[in-house]
Design a protein around this ligand. Sequence first.
Ligand code: NAD
Length: 269
Amino acid sequence: MSEKIIAFVGGGNMARSLIGGLIADGHPHAGLRIAEPDAGRREALIEDFGIQAFEENATAIRGADAVILAVKPPLIAEVARDLAGQIREQGSLVISVAAGVRSADIASWLGGDAPVVRAMPNTPALVQTGATALYANQAVTAAQHDLAETTLRAVGMVVWLPDEEQMDAVTAVSGSGPAYFFLTMQAMQSAGESMGLSSETARLLTLETALGAARMALESSEDPASLRRRVTSPGGTTAAATQVLEDGDLAGLYRRALQAAARRAHEIG
Ligand code: NAD
């Protein structure tokens, strides 16, 4: 892990996930700083992670190689404008995790051609199995590209997007995606309960099956369609269930659901 200094502006849920991941990944505590206006949250950050936490944004980002903007999207403009002079002087890379805020807007609030990486992580980052898409603007150097990738990889897998417009599709697939799987788990658990399983048994069987299926799909060289064919014998139990899901046009439902999420991401951004 790098010896770079990474400073967070905003110490809420997303910053805590990233800091937890970076520490678990071996990033030195001394290389992590955080700015958080809420005194209680600051205390908790110091206690939980043993890192330096500051009330003032400008103090926290002093000398930072990367500044991660982890405040709510409506606050990004104000925070970026306040820190613009210092960030330009230090030559820091800015990484924004704010949903829907474009890199060109962030660069302009920072005073023009600042290096900006836009990141869309998701909530499983909390347990270091996040999926993050990154987009870098033209001003980002090769070393800064690596720094952004190493930082986000501490909480899961990372992909780079060639085109920032694809962030809306990313929001639909992985940003909002955990909720679709939670909904499926909820439905499978309750179907299991309705057939006489205890709630705990139905829950455990559902969750472990979801985890096992995801692991198999990730570790296999085959795509999910052929994995499914291999576990579905004609006339068998799995075929009986998947036929019902196909009759209900599950694929069409997903297409419409993800299109709705992408449209909403575009409207917000
Ligand atoms: P949060 O509300 O938990 O954290 C934001 C923190 O910023 C708070 O602790 C708040 O006290 C602090 N803050 C407020 N004003 C500030 C200021 N002027 N300077 C410095 N800090 C300030 O929010 P979150 O869920 O961590 O989300 C943060 C960002 O991460 C958002 O932009 C969101 O779009 C993005 N994001 C979150 C998730 C997620 O799953 N939580 C996923 C993807 C992206």
